[in-house]
Design a protein around this ligand. Structure first.
Ligand code: DAH
Length: 327
């Protein structure tokens, strides 16, 4: 081993023992600094006889490079260790509150639907579903509303083809149910319906809940009792419920039911109902001399308007969060 190698070894073992960056700097000054031992070797080159210069110079340069590399590697690994221990010191504090997340809510109309489902379920009604794209047969014909019937004008809607339309009411679910199920029947069905309407109490797309009860001895007293107690359970027992004679092709007799709109001394119609028309029963193969029933179709937005005192039905689909968060 020559002197250069011994010097390199010595410096290496010094660097290996170093614990902090200050010591690295000390070694750098002691070796490569102005008066460092390696620097003085460099200075010595010019004083040597020319035949020794090249060899000596190369060895000093190699040594200098070696030391620089060792110092910078050691400095990097020291920095890394310091960083690691810093992270460990400051490890995750589980007690710091996280950023606030805004929590979603169930839409007010869905809430109302759920409440209505609750009330009618307790009265023995089962939930069924029907399609929003409906055939002319289920939406009109089977409900005793032939092509020429003036009631079809009130149910103007979006036609997909001559025989397919966006249902104008949930009443077709009555037919679909009676085709599949034998009496006694008690069902409700909630969902979207579509009409060519738009003002403070009408929407082109709104929610209805259909109800149907078929049994041997059902009378209009059952209809009145069921609807009155359901509406009061949903809206509050102080509510005044009014039954008003009306006309629907699929019920006979037919009624519309209004509820007093608080403070305003006004009425808001919330549903249509009636005793199921014998022709409707015949259309599904039920004998009207044995089976009778009542049916109703209730507007979900209207119930929400009454429940929360909202004057304009168009608030519901507006998706204005400040409004929706109120419920
Ligand atoms: N389908 C009617 C409408 O949307 C409401 C209705 C009336 C439903 C009488 C019924 C019923 O089930 O018996 O205007």
């Amino acid at each position: 081993m020559d002197d250069f190698e011994i010097l390199a070894q010595t410096i290496k073992s010094q660097i290996d023992k170093v614990k902090d960056l200050d010591d690295i700097e000390k070694i750098r000054v002691a070796t490569l600094g102005k008066n460092g031992n390696v620097t003085s070797l460099m200075k010595k080159i010019s004083t040597l006889p020319s035949e020794e210069k090249a060899d000596f110079g190369k060895k000093v340069n190699d040594l200098k490079l070696k030391i620089e590399t060792m110092l910078s590697q050691k400095a990097a690994s020291l920095k890394m260790e310091m960083l690691k221990s810093k992270f460990l010191e400051r490890s995750l504090d589980m007690t710091i509150p996280g950023p606030l997340k805004s929590v979603g809510k169930i839409h007010v109309i869905t809430q109302v639907i759920n409440e209505c489902v609750d009330v009618f379920s307790k009265m023995g009604f089962n939930v069924v579903e029907g399609p929003e794209i409906e055939s002319v047969y289920y939406n009109f014909e089977a409900l005793n509303t032939p092509q020429w019937h003036p009631a079809r004008d009130l149910h103007d809607t979006f036609y997909i083809s001559e025989n397919l339309l966006l249902r104008t009411h949930t009443s077709p679910v009555q037919i679909r149910t009676m085709e599949k199920q034998q009496p006694p029947i008690r069902i409700i069905s909630a969902g979207r319906v579509y009409r060519n309407d738009y003002d403070a109490t009408h929407l082109p797309s709104f929610f209805q809940m259909e109800g149907l009860a078929i049994d041997r001895n059902i009378s209009i007293a059952d209809l009145k009792g069921t609807l009155e107690s359901a509406i009061r359970a949903i809206l509050g027992h102080d509510k005044i419920v009014r039954f008003r004679p009306h006309y629907f092709p699929f019920t006979e007799p037919s009624v519309e039911v209004d509820v007093s709109f608080e403070g305003k001394k006004e009425w808001l119609e919330v549903l249509g109902a009636g005793m199921v028309h014998p022709n409707v029963l015949r259309n599904v193969g039920f004998d009207p001399d044995i089976w009778q029933g009542f049916a109703f179709g209730m507007g979900m937005e209207r119930i929400a308007m009454l429940k929360y005192g909202i004057n304009d039905i168009r608030e519901f689909p507006r998706n204005y969060l400040k409004f929706l968060r109120l419920f």
